[in-house]
Design a protein around this ligand. Structure first.
Ligand code: C2E
Ligand code: CA
Ligand code: CA
Length: 561
């Protein structure tokens, strides 16, 4: 593989033969012109001899130290023993003078050559570093790109691209340290090199992502078969067996796609194989359509945000012990111009991967707290739950805005609740610990959403200041027919109570589920059985109809616990 890189940097620096010939004739002509000038101006006593440095240095620079020395000697001989010091009267040069000049010119040529050779070697080294991944010695993305561009046939030289995603490297980096992760990557790259041999060019694109560019005449399926055969085992790092998984995405060259397009397509296919837990996936245009649809949806999301096309629905929460409605959760709705009302499940996941989630949540805070203030003014002492994503917690401006709006509207802090999914919390314990403490110090409550679906570890429960557990609806809906689901709801409730947390069951749809939740001892229930999420107007009529069952502020008092 190194030979590819070396050949690349040579290609970059060596002038081609035609340019070399032109430079050679230029030097010869300059030499002769200088000799003629010395001759016609009356011999070597005048300083025109110094002009010879120009062709000598040029030779050294372009052709190296050997030819630089030769050029110096030839130049010195041209104005050597046969060139008089002066013509009128004729005075010959003393031999020591022209011999000294011969040595000196030769040295200038050598030095010019050496200097240029060193500079070129240094540049080549830098270039190699720029094109190579230092850990595996493989070409990096730039190396691959330079290699493909160095041939006029470009990607046409290759049959297709395979992108390989190696999973669990970051876990190994965390548990065994970065040197072990590097050693593992080196071992993996050696396996890939053995597979690649002469059938393809191998590259490490980034962290745990490799690419293979298969030469024409080699089939992608054969290479993939070899990969599965050779890499299907555990690896040993520092004597410890470690588990890594390989996911492959492949695409054949099409004649129109650039290297970038091919890598992107093979990368999309590799993501597909990760998402669907398949060992390999060949790129299909509909993958791209999905990506394009998502991109389009995100673009429209941004516009919707500017044009205020979102609205909120509110879903009531029912307190099983008091029999009262005690709060609502704000759930976003998007009136899409073509698709109609679309579910947040379709777009919130996408938005949470971009920074658009922050302006969105700022809007959410404004909208939900405006509503909250109205509810309180009407005498309903209800809590308001807002769904926050991880990025929201990491943006101090969001929390500032939340505090400001709560203060400005004089909403009791304990009536505001932030819901964060268990997955987001469990995977970011250290990053969010201080932020959650600050939220709790303000008196705002923190709920773990979708409890039971996320992490395998419950460490966050004793590390972080949590107030509420929301048991995921899949367990609640299954529990009346499935004893394991019922056991999970029961244990989650006990666990929550042991930890002094309020337990909310999400997604109760039937009376049977409702009764069972009551029996189990859940604190609150939310679900279609109580009420569906409703727009503002409906919420008010619903609350008004239920008046006696809605927690109310005692007249003359502010909202209180
Ligand atoms: P979530 O926070 O778990 O919200 C509960 C979802 O369950 C809501 O779906 C609600 O309409 C639905 N649901 C409630 N009761 C029942 C029931 O009895 N049966 C069934 N089948 N479903 C029920 P929705 O409104 O489509 O929201 C989906 C998800 O989108 C939410 O799940 C939440 O993760 C996210 N989301 C919604 N609004 C926001 C928001 O403002 N910000 C963020 N970051 N995420 C939001
Ligand atoms: Ca929620
Ligand atoms: Ca939930």
């Amino acid at each position: 593989m190194q030979k590819y890189i070396e050949s690349l940097s040579k290609n970059i620096h060596e002038p081609d033969a035609r340019i070399k010939a032109v430079i050679f004739f230029l030097i010869a002509a300059l030499n002769l012109a200088c000799a003629a000038l010395v001759f016609y101006t009356g011999g070597t006593k005048f300083s025109y001899l110094h002009l010879f440095y120009v062709p000598i240095i040029i030779t050294g620079f372009y052709f190296g130290s050997f030819w630089g020395t030769v050029s110096g000697i030839i130049s010195a001989l041209l104005i050597g023993p046969f060139m008089p010091e002066s013509f009128e009267p004729i005075v010959h040069q003393k031999p020591e003078i022209w011999v000294f000049r011969l040595v000196f010119f030769g040295m200038v040529g050598t030095l010019a050559g050496l200097f240029s050779e060193l500079t070129k070697a240094y540049r080549r080294m830098l270039e190699q570093q720029y094109l190579t991944d230092p850990v595996t010695g493989l070409p990096n993305f730039r190396g691959l790109q330079t290699l493909v561009q160095s041939d006029p046939r470009g990607v046409g030289l290759y049959a297709g691209v395979i992108v390989i995603k190696v999973q669990h490297i970051s876990e190994i980096d965390k548990s065994l340290g970065p040197d072990s992760a590097e050693k593992l990557l080196k071992t993996i790259s050696t396996h890939f090199k053995n597979i690649a041999q002469d059938s393809c060019v191998l590259s490490r694109l980034s962290g745990a992502k490799f690419a293979m560019l298969a030469h024409q005449g080699h089939s992608l399926s054969e290479i993939l078969f070899k990969c599965h055969e050779h890499l299907d085992h555990d690896f040993i790092v520092d004597g410890i067996p470690v588990y890594v998984e390989f996911y492959y995405g492949a695409v054949e060259t099409s004649g129109v796609d650039s290297l970038n397009d091919l890598l992107k397509k093979a990368g999309i296919a590799a993501d597909r194989s990760v998402d669907h837990n398949m060992p390999e996936a060949y790129y299909e245009p509909q993958f791209d359509e999905q990506t394009q649809r998502n991109t389009q949806l995100l673009r429209e999301f941004k516009v919707a945000l500017q044009e205020k096309a979102f609205s909120l629905n509110y879903q009531p929460k029912y307190d099983l012990s008091s029999g009262e409605i005690v709060g609502v959760e704000a759930l976003v709705r998007w009136a899409h111009p073509q698709m109609g009302m679309i579910s947040p499940a379709l777009f919130m996941g996408l938005a949470e991967h971009t920074l658009l989630i922050n302006p969105f949540t700022r809007w959410l805070i404004q909208e939900a707290l405006t509503q909250h203030e109205k509810l309180l003014q009407k005498g309903y002492q209800l809590s308001m739950a807002l769904n926050f994503s991880m990025k929201n917690l990491q943006d101090p401006a969001i929390l500032e805005e939340l505090w400001m709006e709560i203060e400005r509207r004089q909403i009791p802090h304990y009536l505001v609740e932030i819901e964060i999914t268990e997955n987001a919390i469990a995977h970011n314990i250290d990053r969010i610990a201080d932020i959650l403490v600050a939220i709790q110090e303000k008196g705002v409550r923190i709920a773990v959403d979708d409890f039971g679906t996320g992490a395998s570890s419950l460490k966050y429960l004793f590390k972080l200041p949590i107030d509420v557990l929301k048991i995921d609806q899949t367990f609640v809906q299954a529990m009346t027919n499935n004893s394991a689901a019922e056991a999970i709801v029961r244990s989650a409730t006990t666990l929550g109570h042991e930890l002094n947390l309020k337990v909310v069951a999400e997604g109760a749809e039937t009376e049977e589920q409702f009764n069972l939740l009551k029996k189990i001892g859940c604190d609150l229930v939310q679900g279609y059985f109580i009420a569906r999420p409703m727009p503002e107007e409906l919420l008010y009529s619903w609350l008004d109809a239920k008046k006696s069952q809605v927690k109310r502020i005692i007249p003359g008092q502010k909202a209180h616990h």
